[in-house]
Ligand binder design. Sequence first.
Ligand SMILES: Cc1cc2nc3c(=O)[nH]c(=O)nc-3n(C[C@H](O)[C@H](O)[C@H](O)COP(=O)(O)OP(=O)(O)OC[C@H]3O[C@@H](n4cnc5c(N)ncnc54)[C@H](O)[C@@H]3O)c2cc1C
Length: 615
Amino acid sequence: MAYRAPVEDIIFTLKHGAGFAKARADGLYQELGDDDLNAVLGEAGRFASQVLAPLNASGDRHGTLFRDGEVTMPPGWKEAYRDWAAGGWNGVAAPTEWGGQGLPHAVNAACIEMWNSAAMAFGLGPVLTMAGVDALAAFGAEELKKAYLPKLVSGEWMGTMELTEPQAGSDVGALRTRAERAHDGSYRIAGSKIFITYGEHDLTENIVHFVLARIAGAPDGTKGLSLFLIPKFLPGPNGRLGVRNDLRANRIEHKLGLHASPTCHMIYGDHGDCVGYLIGQENRGMAAMFTMMNEARLAVGLQGVAIAETATQQAIAYARERRQGRLHPSLPRVRGREEEEASADNGPTESVPIIAHMDVRRMLMTMRALTRAARAICLATAVALDRSHLAPDGDARKAAHERAALLTPVAKAFSTDIGTEVASLGIQVHGGTGFIEETGAAQHYRDSRIAQIYEGTNGIQAIDLVTRKVPLNGGAAVGGYIEELRRTVDAVRAANDPAFGATGERLAEAADSLAQATEWTLAALAVKPDAALAGATTYLRLFAAAAGGCMLADEALAAARHGGTSGDGADRAGRIAIARFFAENLAVQAPALARMITEGADAVLMADAGIGAPL
Ligand SMILES: Cc1cc2nc3c(=O)[nH]c(=O)nc-3n(C[C@H](O)[C@H](O)[C@H](O)COP(=O)(O)OP(=O)(O)OC[C@H]3O[C@@H](n4cnc5c(N)ncnc54)[C@H](O)[C@@H]3O)c2cc1C
């Protein structure tokens, strides 16, 4: 089944779950009217559904071809990329002074979801270029910006992001790629990087590598890292390409999924003449790289949402067609449209579409609710990022910066975890057919898996949340956020609408559980950090259960006020149903998660389970 970009859905979540409407009421986004928003996202949705989605399965089958250091992309990808870049999509949120459209990050985030739903291997490449643009614009010398930003913003050239080496994965500070100052102010780079996404390809004539390396004599660890821009071709006169730089791709990897995204082993300085240019200051590379990584982490979170959306659409379509079994005559049941159609067409003894079976409905509801919650969390992160740039006063910008910092690891890890969970449920809904490649359900599952690993594994995201983000501002950043969640709970209760069921109660418990686990974690960090770390991944899940549940409730409340009908983004009954399902079936796990955090750590630390003692 073909992907259909859920543009109205995304816009509604952006406005009412993620805080875009509130930000606009506070004076941000004034230049972007509803018509503009609908037009931009509508056109992005059309391009994603009509141009990119048809390339997804063929890209997976063909993969990329490596020969003599060159990579050939699958058929049709070069043309699609050319049209995509010509449409200005690479520069949606890039600064206007470098040729970008200067639109909010939140709008770009919505676009990124759609590119990745259509074809994740396609959507991944530009994300790295966009991240490079941000770092270069923020930290680069003027001359470097002039030489590279216009072509990176337009998409005429693509970028990469390069940290990983065999001995330096999560431990970035262990990397060994070296840089030496040259007389002309540039640097000579020597070393190699592994697993580099789009390190070599034929989509663009030049590729700009953003590489972390250590200058001779620099301190050990991350404090001694510097960020370099290393072009495949040095720019020549009049905007033409100059000489080939001393770098090459040595091989590409054979992978579980994402076959159309070339993952390259890169070698720098075979002949001692790989030219690189410093971005920012020497030994301050991590600051610039964090600009890239935060942007890329949100984008990877959006990949999780993207895959979950596609998998859900496909599973619903399949469940409406596939007929198996009969309804048990004695079962009291809520008749859905499909079930009624089934009975009318075939009589009560005929087999029914599997969507009529409660267990299939449970899977589909779980898929939809997780997808919507993750989308809201990712878009809220993007809105916070926009606020951190656009808010009129310094205090508001600082608060928004902290909010974005708090939400980024949750957006990345929760969304990619549920991406794989939802893709797995998608296969389950298909039964055996889902395990067969032709369906496409299997590709979603294979493609989704890497998003939990790259851009900092989800374990590292959880550690970042617990050890750096929760303690922000003495815990005030997270404390303020939990207070906001409680205001949503109060609003649900005040609505006094029976359609919400136990939503208010379950979300109140989730917010209380998060507050309790937060207090415990902050205390544990000081006296028994191992215990806090043992619960980090669970804490992130608990955070997402409370935050996602409240965002879905915000959407439902907005839809109830709006009084929308099925078919438009507001869809009052649908929004309430999803919010209620999430609260009663998913957020309800929050007290148990809190207990795992506060009581389960000792068992994680026990030495006698046969996996060896903690070191
Ligand atoms: C398809 C693909 C594309 C990629 N693209 C890029 C790219 O473009 N650029 C780039 O630089 N890299 C890229 N990577 C590399 C990727 O970012 C790393 O694989 C990832 O950061 C994890 O590093 P690692 O593989 O060395 O795993 P390790 O760091 O060895 O981790 C193994 C396990 O140990 C856990 N772990 C490690 N350290 C800790 C710790 N301190 N505390 C708790 N748990 C820990 C991890 O969470 C993980 O579960 C890509 C990888 C793949 C497979």
